[in-house]
Every structure is written in C-alpha cells, then in structure tokens.
Design a protein around this ligand. Structure first.
Ligand SMILES: Nc1ncnc2c1ncn2[C@@H]1O[C@H](COP(=O)(O)OP(=O)(O)O)[C@@H](O)[C@H]1O
Ligand SMILES: [Mg+2]
Length: 225
C-alpha cells in the first residue's frame, strides 16, 4: 500500500540544510497496524504528514496505492488523499463554528455526496460513536475525549483505506485513550483499515503489530509486538 524510499526532508536555515528526516525507507502493506514512536522533534509528525500527502519530502520516492506520489501534481495528490486517507490530529482541528453533526458531515460535502445520503451516513456514524445526543453541540461544549471522538468520526466518515493518527490520545485521560485504542483495534481487525499512529505511550504502541522507532529523523529500529 505504501512504500517510502530514501525519503529526506530538510528546511534551509541560513544556507544550511536542517534535516528533519534522513533517508527514511519503509513499506506498509494493506491491513497493517503500525505505531511510530520517538522523542519530541525526531520527525514523527513530519513523517505522518508526508504519508498523509499533506506535506512533501525534499527528496525520495513515495508510492501509495500504486501511484508514484513524488510525480503527482498538487491537485492529483490532494484527490488521492481525499479518496483514501483519514487524518486524526492531536489537537482535534474541529471547526468551532460548526456543530458536531456539521463537523462530521464536512468531508462528505467535499466528496459531493448528496444531501439525503449524507444525512444517513452521519446518523450512522453518530450512532456508532454513541454521540447522537451531542449532535447539536459545538466543539467548545464538549470534553476533550468527546472532541477527539468527533475528530475520529469525521476522519472515518468517507471510509478511508488508510487512517493516520498523530498522538490521538495525547490530550485524553487513560480511560478515554483506551476506548480510542480499542476502536482503532476494531477498525483494523474488523474493517481492514490500515492504521499508522504516532504515540508516546508504550502501552498504546502495543496496539500496533510493528513499532517504528525514530531518532533524529532516522529509523533507529523496528520492533514487532
Ligand atoms: N516548517 C518548519 N520549519 C522549520 N523546521 C521545522 C518545520 N516543521 C518542523 N520543523 C522541525 O522539524 C523537527 C521535527 O519536527 P516534528 O516532525 O514535528 O517532530 P515530532 O513530531 O517528532 O515532535 C523539529 O526540530 C522541528 O523544529
Ligand atoms: Mg509531533
């Protein structure tokens, strides 16, 4: 599903290259559940953004769903991402002016799904996440855990084949975190969604079957659970 080869990312700082990722090489098969760990600043978010086609590497080869991403134009890349990738951010990234229902519905509008179908799909998702009673509330009226559930519901509404999550439980208490990890486990094992998550938690990392350890922008080692 994914192949990265010699991926590097740098920022130019005073004529020098400041490397954030260096020569990263790995591949992920459809249906895998992978965790990425590493100290703060080691390049985890940058790597996830590249995998999510939100950011571009400075160098290297990137294949996703049979496409050579490094050769695609901006518009083609964003269409490929929209059709296949869901992204869960640590800081929720919900739209404050929209209520829960509308936040979850947003990706379907981008996908040109028609109104009656959108209604059914959002209702189904609200039900599945047991947040039907919250549908008219705004993000500021929800707890952190509830906001993250809405963020995840939104990332899943268009049935992505790949779910990328950047410290999805970083702002949650341990019970809420565990609920989200269980949800990911189900999505992966029952629905076959490929998952790549960044986490600081050893315990959460064990939900993945492979753990990739990043250090200073390089893959330091990979372990199996
Ligand atoms: N836009 C940017 N310009 C310059 N440096 C950046 C930029 N974005 C990230 N970095 C640097 O890249 C490094 C890795 O960042 P990041 O991928 O966010 O790490 P992590 O998620 O592991 O904490 C950090 O040192 C950060 O300062
Ligand atoms: Mg990060």
């Amino acid at each position: 599903m994914i192949e990265l080869n010699n991926i590097s990312k740098w920022y130019a700082v005073g004529g020098n290259r400041n490397y954030v990722l260096r020569d990263v090489k790995f591949s992920v098969r459809e249906g895998e559940f992978v965790s990425i760990m590493g100290p703060s600043g080691s390049g985890k978010s940058t790597l996830l953004h590249i995998l999510g086609l939100i950011d571009e590497p400075s160098e290297g080869y990137h294949y996703f769903m049979g496409e050579a991403v490094h050769l695609l134009k901006e518009k083609q890349r964003s269409n490929l991402a929209k059709a296949n990738i869901g992204f869960v951010f640590q800081a929720y990234h919900l739209i404050d002016e929209l209520n829960v229902y509308e936040n979850i519905e947003t990706p379907l509008i981008y996908h040109n799904v028609k109104g009656s179908e959108r209604k059914a799909m959002v209702a189904d998702m609200l039900d599945r996440f047991q947040i039907v009673g919250k549908k008219d509330l705004f993000p500021s009226q929800l707890s952190g855990g509830q906001q993250q559930l809405v963020g995840i519901a939104r990332s899943l509404i268009a049935s992505p084949r790949l779910l990328l999550a950047d410290e999805p439980t970083g702002n949650l208490n341990s019970r809420q975190g565990e609920e989200i990890m269980e949800l990911f486990r189900k999505l992966n094992s029952q629905d076959g969604v490929t998952i790549i998550q960044v986490t600081h938690s050893e315990k959460n990392a064990t939900y993945g079957k492979r753990v990739i350890h990043l250090l200073d922008g390089k893959i330091e080692k990979e372990t199996q659970e």
